[in-house]
Design a protein around this ligand. Structure first.
Ligand code: AP5
Length: 218
């Protein structure tokens, strides 16, 4: 199964993406994680991407399409993949359809996470993440240890108020049209059209996971 997760910053794409991947035994590809790791390692791609990310702006489509193409061709992704934040603009949605088509595959589901902006800001303002494995935490101090790998928890540069506002604006202006693009695809029907599933992503994390898995199994 190939699944795209769409949702505003802080909607829980990363949290639920790990669980969906574990449930179906397929890997998660999160472009944000790939770019942050490249920035941490100081590669040219990472340093270029960091300038956009720290300001809360989207990284250019060409960079994302390159990451997407390379990741989808890996043998580990042959049976399906959870795409977390990989599609944020219409050119990226078109690019994903093209790349999957070249591999003889198609997108099965677009999963939309529904959360009010006030709750998103609350989550992001109190989030820390592991600097190595990028696991997110709420209400845990910077400098404490990650439960999963023992590395240090840090605040993300783009979780400061100014960058959060910018990310929300980018989401409304550039990712909003992607949802409309997929809806139009679904209405037109045809082989390449994915199923669109909207999930209420507010409440206990386990309860949201259950809602997601129920919706995917229908
Ligand atoms: P990315 O890392 O993907 O950031 P994002 O989309 O802004 O999403 P977040 O990681 O902030 O949130 P999330 O939805 O994963 O929520 P999480 O599970 O952490 O991208 C960062 C940047 O990279 C972009 O701004 C851009 O610059 C660049 N980029 C990446 N992909 C790109 C692309 N395709 N095109 C262009 N640029 C790209 O949860 C948030 C918090 O809430 C956590 O603390 C979590 O513990 C908590 N939480 C989760 N669920 C719940 C719940 N149900 N109740 C309470 N708390 C919860």
């Amino acid at each position: 199964m190939n699944i795209v997760l769409l949702g505003a910053p802080g909607a829980g794409k990363g949290t639920q993406g790990d669980r969906i991947g574990a449930h179906y035994g397929i890997p998660k590809l999160a472009t944000g994680d790939v770019l942050r790791e490249a920035a941490r390692q100081g590669t040219p791609l990472g340093l270029e991407a960091k300038r956009y990310m720290d300001r809360g702006e989207l990284v250019p489509d060409a960079v994302i399409l390159g990451i997407m193409k390379e990741a989808l061709a890996r043998p580990v992704a042959a049976n399906g993949v959870v795409l977390d934040g990989v599609v944020r603009t219409v050119p990226q949605a078109e690019g994903l359809e093209r790349v999957l088509g070249e591999l003889g595959r198609r997108l099965d589901v677009v999963l939309l996470f529904d959360v009010e902006e006030e709750e998103l800001v609350r989550r992001l303002s109190t989030r820390t993440v592991c600097e190595r494995c990028q696991a997110p935490y709420t209400g845990r101090e910077s400098g404490s240890a990650c439960d999963k790998c023992g590395s240090r928890l840090v605040r993300r540069a783009d979780d400061e108020p100014e960058a959060i506002r910018k990310r929300m604006r980018e989401y409304r202006e550039k990712t909003g049209p992607v949802i409309d693009w997929y809806r139009a695809r679904a209405e037109a029907g045809g082989d390449a059209a994915p199923r669109i599933v909207m999930v209420d992503a507010v409440g206990e994390i386990d309860a949201v996971t259950q809602r997601v898995l129920d919706a995917l199994s229908r």
